[in-house]
Design a protein around this ligand. Structure first.
Ligand code: 8NA
Ligand code: MG
Ligand code: MG
Ligand code: MG
Length: 362
């Protein structure tokens, strides 16, 4: 059993919202100005602000909310219901900064009355499917709803949820990795005094699981395996990135040397899942030790700072990083001022508690 699991559930959805809302003003800044970022985050952490500027959420949270609502109302996974919620939400409120092509999936889903929830995504990009990070960015409700599932069951659920919009192997494998990273965080007990945890144990567990995912080839459902094999050996791009991260964290000197800009160069910071999910995970691990450019003793704040400092797809990378960090450290470690800046924070907290109530045998 995990101590204070409900606090971790709250931290996960609150963290994801905070990363999205506070990351979106920097989206596409490449590289991001260090002084602008320093001043921005310092201001949002101000306890005694007279007025808390409200930052709207973007597509990341809009889709996360639809996923959570579907699980909470049906108490099970239903692809048609989820597809319908994505699409209805998009047409109700389209200006949330959705990805350039995923909007075609929403239109096709509506056109076919959600009868074939996986078909439109399969047809994207001439049949190769989207490898964007849109499947990964919204996966936190899967990790919460599926908290009690076996790895195999959780992976299957994450895959089926992602494939409603992302049928490319790297698109849904990114969602699987993000989902596993959150579940692992929920199961990790950080120290109650200094919030430390064993980075190596955490990474090794993810590497072992992801290697299994990437070397197991599914046949009929996967429309792009042929693009991802050389000489019959499946490519393992996510596992390779995790191993790269592991190498970096073997030396604290190396970790201290690497600025956000350098990490973005090594791991990526764009809208593809492959070049954003590992970067989010890196940011969480980086939050374990002090950051010279932004002095904070709070590992959640350090994670947020570092994720933003990567530049590029900042809302999505910060959202994914902070949902993992929130799941690790719990809601109580998230500074109150940060949440006060975010649209719909109370609703996301409510959803996290509703999802917690659905976990059996706690
Ligand atoms: P998506 O499926 O439209 O993918 C996003 C983009 O990735 C596409 O528009 C393509 O440019 C590219 N792409 C994906 N798959 C392929 C492929 N097989 N071949 C060639 N190019 C490909 O949408 P998504 O849901 O994955 O996107 C999520 C991202 O979009 C998030 O960062 C989210 O915040 C949003 N976003 C919006 C803006 C904006 O200002 N509108 C900017 C960046 C990101
Ligand atoms: Mg967004
Ligand atoms: Mg189904
Ligand atoms: Mg984004």
């Amino acid at each position: 059993s995990v101590a204070n699991l409900v606090n971790k559930f709250r931290g996960c959805l609150a963290g994801g919202l905070i990363g999205d809302c506070l990351g979106s003003p920097f989206e596409a800044d490449n590289p991001i100005s260090r002084s602008v970022l320093y001043n921005f985050l310092t201001k949002q952490l101000e306890e005694s602000a007279k007025m808390f500027q409200m930052f709207p959420f973007t597509d990341d949270t809009a889709m996360t909310k639809s996923m959570a609502q579907s699980f909470i109302e049906l108490k099970r996974f239903d692809a048609k219901d989820m597809a319908k919620r994505f699409s209805v939400e998009y047409f109700k409120d389209p200006k949330r900064g959705y990805g350039g092509n995923v909007v075609d999936v929403f239109a096709a889903l509506r056109h076919t009355h959600y009868e074939y929830p996986y078909e439109p995504a399969r047809l994207q990009f001439n049949g190769s499917g989207s490898y964007g990070n849109g499947g990964a960015m919204r996966t936190s409700p899967v990790a919460l709803f599926g908290f009690h599932l076996s790895d195999a069951e959780l992976i299957e659920l994450a895959t089926n949820c992602a494939k409603i919009t992302h049928s490319n192997r790297n698109g849904y494998n990114g969602a699987i990795l993000q989902c596993l990273a959150i579940r692992e965080a929920l199961q990790t007990q950080s120290s109650p005094t200094d919030h430390s945890f064993d980075v190596n144990v955490y990474l090794n567990s993810l590497i072992e699981k992801m290697q299994k995912v990437e070397t197991t080839i599914c046949t009929e459902t996967d429309n792009n395996d042929s693009h991802n094999k050389s000489n019959g050996v499946p490519e393992t791009p996510f596992t390779d990135k995790l191993n790269k991260i592991k190498k970096i964290f073997e030396s604290q000197t190396k970790v201290n040397e690497l600025s956000g800009e350098k990490v973005a160069y090594i791991l990526g910071n764009d809208v593809s899942a492959l070049k954003s999910v590992p970067s989010a995970i890196y940011s969480v691990l980086r939050g374990q030790t002090p950051i010279e450019a932004f002095q904070s003793t709070n590992p959640f704040v350090r994670t947020l700072y570092f994720a933003l400092s990567l530049g590029g797809d900042t809302d999505t990378i910060a959202s994914m990083a902070c949902s993992i960090a929130g799941a690790l450290y719990g809601n109580d470690l998230i500074p109150n001022p940060l949440r006060k800046h975010c649209e719909d924070i109370d609703l996301l907290i409510k959803y996290s508690e509703d999802l917690y109530d659905l976990v059996p045998n706690k």
